[in-house]
Design a protein around this ligand. Structure first.
Ligand code: V47
Length: 375
């Protein structure tokens, strides 16, 4: 029955490659985007997902901290930043960052995710101090901090070679780098939406250096704005090539663009159909990435539950206080408790696994324990 469905969707050849564990080509990637039969793509992605991760669905109790919103990159897709000298700009001191960490000290958080704008005023010592300040309050937490774009800025103010800068951040307490700042690896989109930021070659070079000195990272792709299908497939191919070389990527996260309050908010933005397809195509193309994450903040909890059958094996986590896309008017708290995450995963028919930033297993909750304490 499935064979007929896949043949009708024009995916018979890709199905065979998936069954044989054969790498998909650039043209296969285009075909996966172009077939209207999304469930067929999801079915193929789920074959790979279950082969690599069984029924496991990872989640993390984490806290997000944005140390500054000041940014000199003026990306048109972003609503978070304040340009230098804008009165809305802020910088958290290391002590204020510690206060944020202490705020949730009773919750057994295992990951802190810290990113910020590219703030030209911050000296090198600030970054090291903030990292040490976090580890002083929560020594056991795994700290995932600074996108490749921030790392470039940190290296600039450090006036040191990239590998040395990364080593010093690692020694201070950074355990992994988040996947942000990659956007879409396309000179055209770069020119149109984020020309002040460095390009894809630089992002990949920074990731390569981080991996080589022993700092793993994630990778992202921001979609649903002006990008085209061939650019997304190219993005996957470049990431896959680097992963072949370094094996330093932990997870890939397709980021569903939110148009609200951005300079290009007239664009319609992505749909649920697109969100599921990005997850599925990523799982199929990125055959050497151990994990594909459906970031529930961007994709919604509802789409994320379905995504666990479309290639995703991770839903991110509690995400205490997400500011990148928070609505300043409603100021609605975006957070999930452990119980809510367990319920979401259990209802989707997957096996919940609590992890830290490096995918060390913290807990394998028994299904019977779902509906217990709420932290
Ligand atoms: O680099 C900016 C994106 C990224 C918007 O590594 C937007 O585990 C949607 O990278 N709508 C930062 N996205 C977030 C990020 C991330 C998130 C969760 C987990 C991980 C991880 C990484 O957010 C930026 C940019 O690509 N972004 N503006 C927006 N309006």
């Amino acid at each position: 029955m499935f064979d007929t469905l896949l043949a009708q969707a024009g995916l018979a050849e890709i199905h065979q490659k998936v069954l044989d564990g054969e790498r998909l080509s650039y043209d296969d990637g285009l075909r996966l985007y172009r077939t209207p039969n999304l469930p067929a793509v999801g079915y193929l992605a789920n074959l790979v997902r279950e082969r690599m991760n069984g029924h496991r669905a990872y989640f993390v109790r984490n806290q997000h901290i944005n140390y500054t919103n000041v940014c000199n990159k003026s990306c048109l897709f972003c609503s978070f930043y304040a340009p230098p000298k804008d009165p809305a700009g802020y910088v958290l001191s290391p002590e204020q960052v510690q206060d944020r960490v202490r705020q949730y000290i009773t919750i057994p958080i295992s990951e802190i995710h810290m990113v910020g704008g590219v703030n030209p005023k911050l000296p090198y010592s600030y970054y090291l101090d903030v990292v040490r300040a976090i580890k002083e309050v929560r020594p056991a937490v795994s700290l995932k901090a600074f996108t490749m774009i921030e790392i470039e800025q940190i290296r600039r103010v450090a006036k040191k070679p990239l590998d040395e800068t990364l080593m010093e951040l690692k020694e201070a307490g950074v355990d992994a780098l988040p996947g942000g700042g990659a956007e879409v690896f396309s000179d055209r989109v770069h020119e149109e939406l984020f020309q002040a930021k460095s390009d894809s070659d630089k992002w990949l070079e920074t990731a390569r250096t981080a991996h080589l000195i022993g700092l793993p990272s994630n990778a992202t792709m921001l979609y649903g704005h002006v990008e085209q299908t061939d650019e997304k497939v190219y993005h996957f191919v470049k990431l896959r090539e680097l992963q072949d070389e370094t094996n330093g990527f932990l997870a890939f996260i397709p980021l569903s663009w939110h148009p609200e309050r951005t300079a290009i908010e007239h664009l319609p933005g992505p749909t649920g159909q697109m969100d599921l397809r990005e997850i599925a195509v990523a799982r199929l193309m990125l055959d050497n990435f151990p994990h594909i994450k459906s970031f529930w903040i961007m994709n919604s909890p509802a789409v994320t539950q379905v995504a666990l059958w479309y290639g995703a094996d991770d839903m991110d986590g509690s995400v205490l206080e997400y500011e990148i896309t928070r609505d300043p008017v409603t100021d609605r708290m975006q957070a999930l408790t452990r119980t809510q995450m367990l319920d979401m995963i259990a209802e989707a028919g997957r096996e919940p696994i609590e992890r830290d930033a490096l995918y060390h297993i913290i807990d394998r909750p028994e299904p019977m324990r779902i509906v217990t304490s709420d932290k």
